[in-house]
Design a protein around this ligand. Sequence first.
Ligand code: NI
Length: 227
Amino acid sequence: MKLGPKAFQKRLRRAGAGPKLDPPPARAYLTGMAIRRILTIDSAPDLGLLKRVSQPVDGVDESVRALMDDMLETMYAAPGIGLAAVQIGDLRRIVVMDLGDGPPSEGNRPEGAEAPAGGEEPRIPNPRVFVNPEVLWASDETFCYEEGCLSIPDYFDQVERPARVRIAYLDREGRRVEEEIEGLYAVCYQHELDHLNGVLFIDHLSRLRRDRAMAKVKKTMRLREDA
Ligand code: NI
């Protein structure tokens, strides 16, 4: 997932107005990673893959962790806040995310960011990984958020989803985790889980808006190729 322009600007201000919106996390454990190509919906073969349903992972082994590391590197470089494995062409049920909501301790503050003066905390890297993510329960109450997607460049639109969800997944060590989440975390989780089921955020929109999104993405990608 990618933040919309308004949320992006707000986050820049929170981060201390530096140009580095997504400071990379401590890299000690992230070695030998590769930035992979992100599939986009303007390409028919890419779209075909993005519409496929991803397969459950048997367990978290070194190959799964290597894929997670590539996904995080690719997501930070984009930059985005969430990425599903299918978006780099791997049909395993794996998601990575970083909402910049890491623990606010001294020494873990983004470089150049001031201590908050009674305001919001600056964003602090917090890479999360999810294997075989599920939604166990969803609230009737809904929440509207302007979503974007790295596979749908430069298009943002409001999507309505359950405001709170109870989720289950395997973590980086293969341990089962259950938690109840809300806010941007819940939005991003549901957006990424959709990817594993071949669903894009524009599939939640009207036909008219979906067609408009596709036209805009095709134009954006043509302009990028010409540049
Ligand atoms: Ni997406």
